[in-house]
Design a protein around this ligand. Structure first.
Ligand code: 5RP
Length: 227
């Protein structure tokens, strides 16, 4: 048994995960994201295992954890939509635009987010930034297009690097784009989406979060999108 007290950041993740639990309702099919903050959320889902109708998972890693709790995994094609999706982020701004994909699950995450009526993003306060881009922007690419996409991303002002050794759940590769200071996230998402060979860009701006729950030393802060 691990008797060590959680460190300050883990505690913030646990807090924010607990706050997200308050948004669940009986009988729902829940969209579940990926990452350590989401893992903290799944760790608290035990009492909900029989209350949820099931979960749509955004990664093989989350699927494994959800199955351990006995939560039925639902195929996204078996439902017409989801009322709620809960996921973390690598960076978030006060417009609730996000960079995601640090865990390489961005494509499935974007698909599940697109199906959700409400997207609640859970982060600790280290993820809140005035401008997106200090965290290298992940882009999932078809393997044979990696160099083509790299050249196009360099034209947009970034410095792409290949995330060596990583193959996504969809069999693709990841480029991490360094050196961006993103002032028009919606515009950049659209431009990168148009590059041939790009599967998904980890900018979640056209479909941002609806509610950001931020774990801080003092508790959990709610950030809503400006009207
Ligand atoms: C995975 C993601 C994660 O949400 C993101 O990387 C945040 O992870 P963590 O909660 O471990 O910081 O986008 O693709």
């Amino acid at each position: 048994m691990n008797t060590q007290a959680p460190d300050a950041q883990s505690l913030k993740k646990q807090r924010v995960a607990q706050a997200a639990i308050q948004h669940l309702s009986d009988g729902m099919i829940l969209g579940v994201g990926t990452g350590s903050t989401v893992n903290a959320f799944i760790d608290q889902l035990g009492p909900w295992a029989r209350r949820l109708a099931g979960a749509v998972s955004s990664s093989d890693a989350s699927t494994t954890k959800l199955k351990t709790l006995g939560i039925p995994i639902v195929d996204l094609n078996a439902v017409d939509g989801l009322s709620l999706y809960i996921d973390g982020a690598d960076e978030a701004n006060d417009r609730l635009e996000l960079i995601k994909g640090g865990g390489a699950a961005l494509t499935r995450e974007k698909i599940v987010a697109a199906c959700a009526e409400r997207f609640i993003c859970i982060v600790d306060e280290s993820k809140l930034v005035p401008y997106l881009g200090a965290f290298p922007l992940p882009v999932e690419v078809i393997p044979m297009a990696r160099r083509l996409v790299s050249r196009e991303l360099a034209r947009l002002g970034g410095q792409p690097t290949h995330r060596a050794g990583v193959v996504t759940d969809n069999g693709n590769e990841i480029l991490d784009v360094h050196g961006l200071r993103i002032t028009d996230a919606v515009g950049l998402e659209s431009r990168i989406n148009q590059i041939t060979g790009v599967v998904t860009v980890g900018l979640f701006a056209a479909r941002p979060a609806d509610l950001l729950l931020v774990g801080t030393a003092a508790g959990v802060r709610e950030v809503r999108r400006p009207a």
